[in-house]
Design a binder for this molecule. Structure first.
Ligand code: SF4
Length: 243
C-alpha cells in the first residue's frame, strides 16, 4: 500500500469515527490522535471562537495560530485580546513577509484588491497564504471552522479531507453545523465574539474586503462583494478538481 492510499484510508477512518461524534468529540479525537502535530487556524470568526472555547475546555491543548494580514479591522484585534484573556491562551501570530508586502504595495498601490481578481488573489497570497504555509509547515493536520452552509465553494466539505494545497489533513469539526447552532453555542457558552457580527457582518476578513450584508443575503456576500461567488476564496481553502 503506498503512502497516498494509506493517507486516504486514515482520512476515511477519521470520517467514520467523526460521524458518530459531536464537535467536542471530534476535537478530542484530533487532540488525542495528533497532539502537537495538529494546529488550529483562527480568524476569530464565530465558528473559530466556538472551536477555541471547546479546545480551551479540553485537558490537552493544541497550537492555535492567527494571521495578522496588516489590514484587519480593530474589532478583530479587540476579540483577539479578549479571547486570550478569557481562556488564558497564547495564540501564535504570524505576519506576512514585509519585503513582499512592500514590493506589492509600491508596485500596485494600497488598494490593489479592487483592481482585478488577479491582484486581489495576489494580495491574499502575500498577506495570507504565505504565512499560512509557514504556520502549517511540519504539521500533519490543521483544524478550521469551515461549515458546508457558508458558500457554494464549501458544499462538499467533510469532517476530514486531504488538503492538496498544503499537503496535510484538514479537519472541519463544524462542517455539518448551521449558523443557528454556532450562535446558540456562542450565547450559551458566553463565548467572546467579534463585535462586527452585531453590525451585520456574518463573515469577517480584512477591513477593505469585508462589508455588512442585508438580511437574507448569502453569508459570504459581504466578502469581496465586487467579485462573482465562485471566485470568493482567499487561497486558504482551495479545492482542486481531481479528487
Ligand atoms: S482579504 Fe483583501 S486585504 Fe486581505 S489579503 Fe485578501 S485581498 Fe488583501
Amino acid at each position: 500500500m503506498n503512502r497516498h492510499s494509506e493517507t486516504h484510508e486514515v482520512i476515511e477512518q477519521l470520517n467514520q469515527a467523526a460521524r458518530k461524534l459531536d464537535a467536542v468529540g471530534r476535537l478530542r479525537l484530533i487532540v488525542d490522535r495528533f497532539g502537537d502535530q495538529a494546529t488550529m487556524a483562527t480568524s476569530f470568526g464565530a465558528e473559530d471562537q466556538v472551536l477555541t472555547g471547546m479546545l480551551a475546555a479540553l485537558p490537552a491543548r493544541i497550537d492555535i495560530f492567527t494571521i495578522d494580514t496588516g489590514r484587519l479591522p480593530q474589532e478583530t484585534y479587540d476579540v483577539m485580546a479578549r479571547t486570550q484573556e478569557r481562556y488564558g491562551l497564547r495564540i501564535r501570530l504570524l505576519f506576512p513577509d514585509y519585503q513582499a508586502v512592500e514590493q506589492m504595495v509600491n508596485r500596485y498601490g494600497p488598494n490593489l484588491f479592487y483592481q482585478s481578481v488577479e491582484l486581489r488573489k495576489h494580495c491574499c497570497t502575500v498577506r495570507k497564504v504565505e504565512p499560512l504555509r509557514r504556520a502549517l509547515a511540519g504539521r500533519q493536520l490543521w483544524v478550521c471552522g469551515l461549515r458546508r452552509e457558508q458558500s457554494v465553494t464549501r458544499q462538499a466539505l467533510d469532517f476530514f479531507q486531504w488538503d492538496e494545497q498544503f499537503e496535510l489533513i484538514k479537519a472541519c469539526p463544524l462542517a455539518d453545523w448551521t449558523e443557528q447552532q454556532t450562535w446558540d453555542a456562542i450565547r450559551s457558552g458566553n463565548v467572546p465574539y467579534n463585535r462586527l457580527h452585531d453590525a451585520g457582518y456574518p463573515s469577517i476578513g480584512c477591513a477593505p474586503c469585508t462589508r455588512a450584508i442585508e438580511p437574507g443575503q448569502d453569508v459570504r456576500a459581504g466578502r469581496w462583494w465586487w467579485e462573482a461567488p465562485e471566485h470568493k476564496e482567499c487561497g486558504l481553502h482551495l479545492k482542486k478538481n481531481k479528487d
